[in-house]
Design a protein around this ligand. Structure first.
Ligand code: SAH
Ligand code: SF4
Ligand code: F3S
Length: 451
């Protein structure tokens, strides 16, 4: 009989990528994907702990799955990801029907564990150790033919005062550059043209490796991989954004003109309490250096409102920083207490109402800035990697520029996974509506042959 699995993923790109690995493990065991959890023999929730909201969703799902488990007791319910690592007891208590808990640094052991569970082993229930990931790479089952995520490091050593990621993912470990390069070569040989290098703090890549190697060196190595056209990376930490990295971004033609550089707050007092290791002035100075070196660079950020002790005056400094920095896009969050982090014990809590007001005020400012930036670039022609038809209008195609902006344009003659040139015609918050420039595509094909 054909057995099936269903995976639901919460959280960051790292989790999305891990889910590709979990899918590969399940496929290797002979299971097929199913459209819904109801039909699946193995249900996996790949969870996130970074804020409270995804937590609540996971607990709601687990409550729903109680009936599914009762209806078919042989069905396996697996909780993977950061919640499994951080609150295994809490999950067990709320959901005794969970069969297996597996933390992010245990995925190399997942195949053996799942095989045992599928054979009826009732004893095995938790995998929360720390494996050496390179020794047993996951059989990633990638959804996309031309775009791929590649892990370059695991964990984080920064311990920002609000953040559970280091607790969930463990200390920072870099993968060997040979293993990364081999993976990227294999991907490019299989037709991948765009890779996104993943790590919580990619700028510190290589710490602890012998011989020593930095992130700019890794970029230079990957820039030479035949067939690869675009390199993206996330996340960069401002304190480790070196002049060498900026120089590498400017020099290496595959490295895209996009930098995701979380700022978190605009007040030095709040940044200090967060433990970010830089001031607002230093952040802006690095931003300027990067913009001077890389023409057309798009900058995106993460920001939080309502960190403990954030006064109205501190928040005004965040608004001021946003006016000065002029981000292309900002991911905004209301601070939420995470168990085990330093910030939970900090005084001067900001009320939920106040957080909401600050959130709305900052979002309004940012939306205006994003629109202005996109307005300024109307008329320019962008290289776009086509993703496929637009969900709202199948006659339109959508794709991304090197700056990671969305472009929507008439689909005709623009097949998915191809590079095309599109002129930006009308600005939106997220990018542009555009028009194809077929004559420039021919030139692009010529350039591609030269490479
Ligand atoms: N490693 C990345 C981001 C990891 S988490 C970095 O250093 O930037 C992604 C984002 O979630 C963070 O940038 C932060 O803005 C937000 N975040 C993390 N912990 C949070 C918390 N306790 N409450 C609200 N937002 C949080
Ligand atoms: Fe969390 Fe800070 Fe590490 Fe980012 S750098 S994962 S915010 S501790
Ligand atoms: Fe969430 Fe873990 Fe990513 S806590 S943001 S899934 S590293």
């Amino acid at each position: 009989m054909m057995r099936t699995y269903h995976i639901e993923t919460f959280g960051c790109q790292m989790n999305e990528h891990d889910s590709e690995g979990i899918a590969g493990v399940l496929a290797g065991l002979g299971l097929f994907p199913s459209a819904s959890a109801q039909d699946a023999d193995v249900i996996v929730l790949n969870t996130c702990s970074v804020r409270e909201k995804p937590h609540r969703k996971v607990f709601a799902r687990l409550a729903d799955y109680r009936a599914l488990k009762a209806e078919r007791p042989g069905r396996l319910i697996v909780v993977a990801g950061c919640m499994a690592q951080l609150i295994p007891e809490g999950i067990r208590e709320a959901a005794p029907h969970v069969d297996l808990l597996v933390g992010p640094r245990s995925y190399p052991e997942l195949e053996t564990a799942l095989r045992r569970k599928l054979e009826g082993d009732l004893q095995l229930a938790t995998l929360l150790g720390r494996c050496e990931p390179d020794l047993q790479p996951l059989p990633y089952q990638r959804q996309d033919a031309v775009r791929a995520w590649v892990d370059i490091m695991y964990g984080c050593d920064n311990h920002c005062a609000y953040c559970v990621v280091p607790l969930a993912r463990g200390p920072e470990v870099s993968r060997r550059s040979e293993a990364i390069e081999q993976e990227v070569v294999d991907l490019a040989t299989a037709g991948v043209v765009e890779v996104t290098l993943l790590g919580q703090n990619v700028n510190s890549y290589g710490r602890g490796l012998t011989p020593p190697m930095g992130f700019p060196d890794l970029l230079a190595r990957l820039d030479g991989v035949a067939g690869l056209r675009r390199i993206r990376f996330t996340t960069s930490h401002p304190k480790d954004l070196s002049a060498r990295l900026i120089e590498a971004m400017a020099r290496l033609s595959t490295v895209c003109e996009h930098l995701h550089l979380p700022v978190q707050a605009g007040s030095d007092r709040v940044l200090e309490r967060m433990g970010r290791g830089h001031t607002a002035g230093e952040y802006l100075a690095r931003l300027q250096r990067a913009r001077d070196a890389v023409p057309g660079l798009a900058i995106t950020t993460d920001v939080m409102v309502g960190f403990p002790g954030e006064t109205r005056r501190d928040f005004d400094e965040t608004l001021a920083l946003f006016r000065a920095a002029r981000f292309d896009q900002a991911f905004m969050f209301r601070y939420s207490d995470r168990p085990g982090t330093r910030a939970t014990a900090m005084a001067d809590r900001v009320s939920e109402d106040e957080k909401q007001e600050r959130f709305v005020e900052l979002a309004q400012l940012q939306n205006r800035i994003a629109r202005e930036i996109n307005d300024e670039r109307v008329g320019e022609v962008f290289e776009v990697l086509v993703e496929g038809p637009d969900a709202k209008d199948p006659k339109k195609a959508r794709g991304r520029t090197r700056q990671n902006k969305l472009m929507i344009f008439p689909a005709e003659g623009a097949p998915a996974d191809q590079f095309v040139h599109v002129r930006a015609q009308e600005a939106r918050l997220w990018g542009w509506l555009g028009e194809r420039q077929s004559s420039q595509d021919a030139k692009l094909r010529g350039e591609a042959k030269d490479r």
